[in-house]
Design a protein around this ligand. Sequence first.
Ligand SMILES: [Zn+2]
Length: 502
Amino acid sequence: MFEITDKAIDVETLRHDLADPAAGGMVIFEGVVRDHNDGRAVSALEYEIFVSMAEKEAARIMAEAKEQFDVTHLRGAHRFGLMGIGEMAIWVGASARHREAAFKACRYLIDEIKYRLPVWKKEHYVEGASDWVDCEGCAHHHQPEFTEKEYYSRQTRMSDFGESGQDSLRSARVLVVGAGGLGCPALSTLAGAGVGQITICDGDILDVSNLHRQTLYGHQEVGQFKAQLATQKLHELNPLVSITAVSENFNLLNATDLLAGHDVVLDCTDNFSTKFLLHDACYLAQKVLVQASLYQYEGQIQVFDFGSDSASGCMRCTWPEIPAADCVGSCAEVGVLGAVSTVLGGMQAMETIKHLTGRPSPATSATVLVDLLSLETTAVKRPRDPSCPLCGDQPGIVDIHDQEYEPRQFWEVGMNEFIQNHPQGHIVDVRSEDERGTPVGDMASWDNLPGAGHRELLDLAGENEVLLVCEVGVRTRRLVEELRAAGGQRFWSLWGGTAGLK
Ligand SMILES: [Zn+2]
């Protein structure tokens, strides 16, 4: 229903798809590249899109519109890549029995698409320069009633920050992984300061136990995706910056694409496997990583400038292997005070701003420990270890996809292992038809049950052993975890997914 493409948008086909004898009218919005913006003559426009994520989000938006408005059909397309003046970048259309519904649905689609899709826009100017830009209010529904100068006046007034500091923040692209206790203060500080493009990556939904420290959210929003909630809140805080929500956890599948569009990455997560994955991915992509973690009344912060600092050590110099998940208690187990995560998240924002405006920091060559009871800070130097598996002289880690970031559970098994142990067992593919493509190998008992819910799966299992299969084994890992917690002890997950079978 919604297409992301690097080819010219096929308007004829889209219009044809909308047509329906039952529909009294259709409303179409066409967005084309214009020849100027903010007084500058534009020669071309370039869109970068995080395609897989954009497709999912667009499908979600279409489903929402279908539910809200009495429409017969909805279609849309967003083009990416380089486009000249007059070329069409986006097309959405709605047909309905009555024009009112068609107008409303079309308006909803274009607003939400502009607001929620992970899209970055670069303008090429006639005089030769080019710039990443905020999509002219496309990211917000209302034009603000104040100027940039007014909004940032208190910080540009600082003599060593000034307009040039503001320019540096405006052109920055920052990825924040985790919109929880560290992420909330970091995000609101960065958005308020005017970091031009911020992407929020978090697959979690808001829980009531988050509220005491995750101050971007309200109690009536429990159950909603944090990344989307945070995006809305930050738009309210500062409509001058562009915020993109990615409602997925940072994982092996999206890591490379997500890092590609960003200069600085903030690690606001609280688990070892994501911390190591993010760290290794940033090292390999030579990004700047601002990392914080906390334990009771203490926190630590470190900045890895992987692109330009080869003298300082990485996290693997200290921890060559990922520590067991239970070696340090998680927030859920040991508890956490909101004031501690707020201080550390604020420090991450400060370190990011220092980096973006060219100020040095001791945290780039040391781990800085902060004890919030005694108010003492200690900087522990972080020299590079030549035998480090990542940044050492003979690195063993050269591709994140060859690594195991999550400790394997006993119920994560290989295909042959499962078939041998449970010759009568069922194999269930939980992927949707679109994702599945061609089945892999010779699997006679390959039952397709896309989008199956827990109840259906538990009923289906009965007395049988069931191996759940997805693309890389991440989705089924989560599913089996939940099913086993709900009493489904006969469920297994295919380790490495179908990707591992090819
Ligand atoms: Zn290292």
